[in-house]
Design a protein around this ligand. Structure first.
Ligand code: BES
Ligand code: ZN
Ligand code: ZN
Length: 500
């Protein structure tokens, strides 16, 4: 699959497949607006029968229509002009991608100019269009022995007379690039646990960083021990697989500019450990490294966009298994910052491996710290697979996050974190317990635990992606129904852009 921007007037082209967009008219009784020449006449019957109305994401495939030199025509609705958003366009382009897959065309031409100019800032729409296409194109087929029939190379041309303008081109390319990074993170997430161990995750991050200017350092078990990362080490003890601590550094600004530090949970398989999980659905716990995968993807995008900031990624990576040396309920370990914790449930392991990563992040004199983790089942109960819940006590960072998520189109929801939650995490025999002594609010108390490892006065936000990291059920058409979503990468990139 390849995606190009083509600086042409669509009317001057011909080919196998065309995608054009329709809008509903401002007055209800009026026919939909179709700008492609002759199409309204050719589809008069469909318009009359109201099977073609132009309403948002209505997708119609007209085979062998032979309109203006195009054999097949796909019409995707955008709704009314006034209500058109970036998210509708992103999904409309994803719908266009899906529809053309069935046409077996080698070349698809997409009529961007039919999106309609008006006073809109078309650059940002070009970016959304590119995102819709690339995000929809993701499929994890690598481990199937037979390739799908329709998997032949398809060239997608987004055609616009605006394509000659540098800002338009740049925005389109940004959309492609960021989405390709999202797809890379999805790939890391979808890889099964036997093929995606901490060692492999570190290798994949190292390979992907090649040529981007990102420096990657990987700490093995001996180094992790030497660095006093008792949380990460403790969680890894029940597994044959050694843990890894992955450090990625990007310098796009002067050395003295404080870095943004992105921390990720890279738990490559969470069986629960001695507090073992029930069998049903346990296979999904290969996704417990999606926080790590997604911060890696975000940094790759930041580096490829050459943003003028300094940024860093820290991923604590381990398996959580019930082997003979595994951490037992009641065991006490010491984190890098010297705080001790008793482990009352070995399944609450994410917070333990993140404790060391957040301590290390705090030592970097960061501008801010943001972490992403599939941390609690309680988050799935609270917000399902629609919003990503996040916690921060920093109002300025909260504003930045809301702005970034607005720009990315990803849905986030701020949840409360107060001193009561901290109190609930006090230990009996150690400083802290990894289980709350209170009832409910499992995501907030987990966040309160993490907070104990963030240095004072450092702006910090924690994103619990347990509900949104994978299997978002096709709520948006550019996210796989079952696989990893790559959630928050686009928001983190927007956050990074706001720091330039
Ligand atoms: N990785 C899980 C959280 C999770 C569960 C993510 C379901 C996505 C879907 C985490 O390590 C975990 O097991 N947390 C426990 C904590 C509890 C024992 C305090 C949980 O949420 O049940
Ligand atoms: Zn767990
Ligand atoms: Zn986990």
């Amino acid at each position: 699959m390849a995606f190009h921007l083509l600086n042409k007037d669509i009317k001057s082209l011909s080919g196998s497949s065309l995608v054009t967009f329709a809008k509903t008219a401002s007055q209800k009784e009026k026919p939909p607006q179709l700008t492609f020449p002759g199409l309204a006449d050719g589809l008069a019957l469909a318009i009359e029968e109201k099977s073609l109305t132009g309403k948002a994401l209505e997708t119609s495939i007209y085979r062998e229509l032979n309109a203006n030199g195009f054999r097949h025509v796909v019409v995707v609705g955008l709704g009314s002009n006034a209500e058109l958003t970036h998210e509708i366009l992103r999904q409309a382009f994803a719908a266009a991608f899906d529809a053309t897959r069935s046409l077996q065309s080698k070349e698809v031409f997409i009529d961007f100019d039919s999106v309609g100019a008006g006073k809109r800032d078309l650059e940002s729409y070009a970016k959304a269009a590119a995102e819709g296409l690339v995000l929809a194109s993701y499929a994890f087929e690598e481990l199937k022995s037979k390739k799908k029939e329709d998997e032949k190379e398809v060239e997608f041309h987004v055609v616009s007379t605006k394509a000659k303008e540098a800002a338009f081109k740049r925005a389109f390319e940004e959309g492609l690039l960021v989405s390709q990074c999202v797809n890379f993170s999805r790939y890391l997430g979808d890889m099964p646990g036997n093929l995606m161990t901490p060692e492999v995750l570190a290798k994949k991050a190292t390979e992907a960083a090649r040529g981007t200017g990102i420096k990657v350092t990987v700490w093995d078990k001996a180094r992790i021990k030497k660095e006093k990362m008792g949380g990460l080490l403790g969680v890894s003890m029940g597994s044959d697989q050694e843990p890894r601590f992955i450090i990625m550094e990007y310098h796009g600004a002067a050395k003295n500019k404080k870095p943004l530090v992105f921390v990720g949970k890279g738990l490559t398989f969470d069986s629960g450990g001695i507090s073992i999980k029930p069998s049903a659905g346990m296979e999904e716990m290969k996704y417990d490294m999606c926080g790590g995968a997604n911060v890696i993807g975000a940094l790759l995008a930041i580096a490829k966009l050459k943003l003028k900031i300094n940024a860093m990624v820290l991923v604590s990576s381990s398996e959580n298994m019930p082997g003979p040396s595994a951490t037992k309920p009641g065991d006490i370990h010491t984190a890098r910052n010297g705080k001790t914790f008793e482990i009352n449930n070995t399944d609450a392991e994410g917070r333990l491996i993140l404790a060391d990563a957040l301590s290390y992040a705090s030592e970097q004199d960061p501008e801010l710290i943001v972490d992403a983790a599939t941390l609690t089942g309680a988050m799935v109960v609270a917000l399902g697979n629609i919003h990503t819940g996040y916690f921060t006590r920093n109002q300025d960072l909260k504003k930045k996050i809301e702005k970034a998520a607005d720009a990315s189109g990803e849905l986030v929801w701020n949840l409360p974190l107060v001193d009561h939650h901290v109190k609930d995490m006090k230990g009996t025999f150690a400083d802290l317990s990894n289980m709350s002594s209170g009832k409910g609010a499992g995501s907030a108390t987990a966040a309160a635990f993490l907070e104990q490892f963030v240095g004072e006065n450092i702006p910090w936000a924690h994103f619990d992606i347990a509900g949104t990291g994978w299997a978002t059920g096709g709520r948006v058409n550019y996210c796989p129904k079952k696989g990893a979503s790559g959630v928050m990468i686009r928001t983190f990139v927007e956050l990074a852009k706001s720091q330039v």
